[in-house]
Design a protein around this ligand. Structure first.
Ligand code: ADP
Ligand code: MG
Length: 500
């Protein structure tokens, strides 16, 4: 891949990226969350068309206009999100979208036999007629690979394939990867685990902020260098200076002990595995972790998004036992979750600022079921003024606000329920630089006002600037915690990638 450029709207996600893949090599594509890895591979796989640049296969320029064309051209991709149809059989999934027919008759027998052959090549002891949904996730991953094999793919891309797998399943996957490599297949492997990188990679390419940074044989790019390439940017010292450190004698508002969040798929490893931490009033604790680390699942679990059954362990809010059964319940108990996903935050974009800012606080502005217009407007006015919302008027429809201002409405909405514990999952993603600075200021104000805040952000400078303490997660576990003054981008990333 040469000179690949790709933008989504205004946002340039890939800028003149090159990526060389050889026959019979395992090439690890590395980079922080948001670096552009998945997008680059989706261009290779015909999901997106590049704005500029060229994809060459065996020296010849190719332009895949769909995943189907890419598959027929020998490129198979196993995406982060698996693409199998759970209700269909293994064989049907392997041949999905290209059922073999002879004069209109599907060749069931042929597909069945081919599937059996492929499954046994992968060492899988399952019948082709089994429904995919009945199989564990690791088998589903293998079926994606079987699908790739059935295409005689020359290139196989695996986007974080092991994030849901347990150890023996990872071993099986690696055996298959080595087998494919020997048969001349070029393999792109995206992973956030250092141990995997150095077990499996022949070469490594690093992307950072949508740019190509380096390509080198794995032995010439040891872990410290890889991490330096990934982090790259120097941290602006100003952002970490002059912060007051939270008082260590403030009461603990949120305590999480031995919390485990099970996956919805049977036999997959837990999303969150026996994690504990605490947050005092007036403290921001950063939950660092790469994709699949479980940091987000932990927040959503505390917020009640998984209900009660999948979350075990002990959670206390202000000393009282707290068993999150639903988001509504969490909100009533003083816990708010801010994301940058408008749907999940429940912004009703067709309604105006007033309605949205007071949505979660309805019991406050409508005691006994009567909506008090005056109070509603007063509440919306106070909260949006405090957040320096820029809107033509409070009657402006939220849909017509900029992303940054929409996010401020989300923040206003949650502040109006006066939560004790604020959980923030990427609160500034997709927000422009100016609004980001203002959101930082708001978070700092909240912190000073004595809220307990847990923050997830994939932007390392943001994490280091805002957090009093940083807990790093890897594969569902909290692997280390550091005070802000001992935290560096390199230390955090090293721990997040499972380094010692
Ligand atoms: P990675 O896989 O390295 O974590 P991605 O390729 O998924 O990174 O994303 C790179 C950037 O592109 C991110 O900022 C992400 O938000 C953005 N992005 C990815 N897909 C889309 C899309 N379909 N529309 C808009 N932005 C996108
Ligand atoms: Mg990705």
């Amino acid at each position: 891949m040469i000179g690949i450029v790709k933008s989504f709207g205004e946002h340039r996600v890939l800028d003149q990226v090159q990526f060389p893949l050889r026959e019979g090599e395992v090439h690890v594509l590395a980079g922080e969350n948001g670096a552009g890895k998945s997008t680059l591979m989706k261009i290779l796989g015909g999901v997106y068309a590049p704005d500029a640049g060229e994809v060459r296969l065996l020296g010849r320029p190719v332009r895949f206009r769909s995943p189907r064309e890419a598959a027929l051209g020998g490129v198979a991709i196993i995406h982060q999100e698996l693409s199998l149809v759970p209700s269909m059989s293994v064989a049907d999934n392997i041949y999905l979208g290209r059922e073999r027919t002879t004069r209109g008759w599907m060749r069931f027998g042929h597909q069945h036999n081919e599937s059996t052959r492929l499954l046994s090549r992968l060492g899988l002891d399952i019948l082709p007629c089994t429904a995919v949904g009945d199989l564990p996730i690791s088998f589903q991953q293998m079926i994606e690979i079987a699908k790739a094999l059935s295409l005689n793919a020359r290139i196989l891309v695996m986007d974080e394939p092991t994030s849901a797998l347990n150890e023996p399943e990872v071993e099986r996957l690696f055996a298959v990867v080595n087998d494919l490599k020997r048969s001349g297949c070029g393999i792109v492997y995206i992973t956030h685990k250092l141990e995997e990188v150095y077990r499996i990679a022949d070469r490594i390419t690093v992307l950072r902020d949508g740019r190509w940074i380096a390509t080198a044989p794995a032995r010439e790019m040891p872990a410290p260098l890889l991490i330096r390439h990934m982090v790259g940017r120097e941290l602006d010292e100003r952002v970490t200076a002059g912060r007051t450190i939270a008082r260590s004698n403030a009461p603990v508002l949120l305590r999480v002990e031995h919390v485990t969040v099970r996956s919805s798929r049977r036999s997959a490893r837990p999303l969150v595995d026996n994690v504990g931490f605490e947050v005092r009033a007036g403290e921001i604790v950063g939950l660092a972790g790469l994709q699949g680390s479980g940091n987000s699942d932990l927040l959503w679990g505390v917020f009640g998004a998984f209900g009660r059954r999948r979350v075990s362990g002990e959670i206390r809010i202000g000393g009282a036992a707290y068993r999150p059964r639903s988001p509504g319940w969490a909100i009533r108990n003083g816990v708010a979750l801010v994301t940058n996903d408008r749907q999940r935050n429940g912004l009703v974009t067709g309604l105006d600022v007033v309605a949205n800012a007071t949505l979660a606080a309805l019991p406050r502005v409508s005691p006994a079921g009567w909506l008090r217009r005056g109070e509603e407007v007063a509440l919306a006015t106070d909260s949006t003024r405090a957040l320096r919302l820029r809107a033509a008027s409070l009657r402006q429809r939220v849909a017509t606000l900029s992303g940054g201002n929409q996010q401020k409405v989300v923040l206003a909405k949650w502040m109006n329920i006066q939560p004790r514990v604020l959980l923030l999952d990427e609160p500034t993603r997709g927000v422009d630089v100016g609004a980001k600075q203002e959101i930082y200021q708001i978070l700092d104000d909240w912190r000073r006002a004595g809220h307990a805040i847990v923050l997830i952000t994939s932007e390392m400078p943001e994490l280091l600037m805002l957090s009093d303490r940083i807990v790093v997660m890897h594969r569902g576990r909290a692997v280390t915690a550091m005070e802000r003054k001992e935290a560096t981008q390199e230390r955090i990333l090293h721990a997040a990638m499972g380094g010692d």
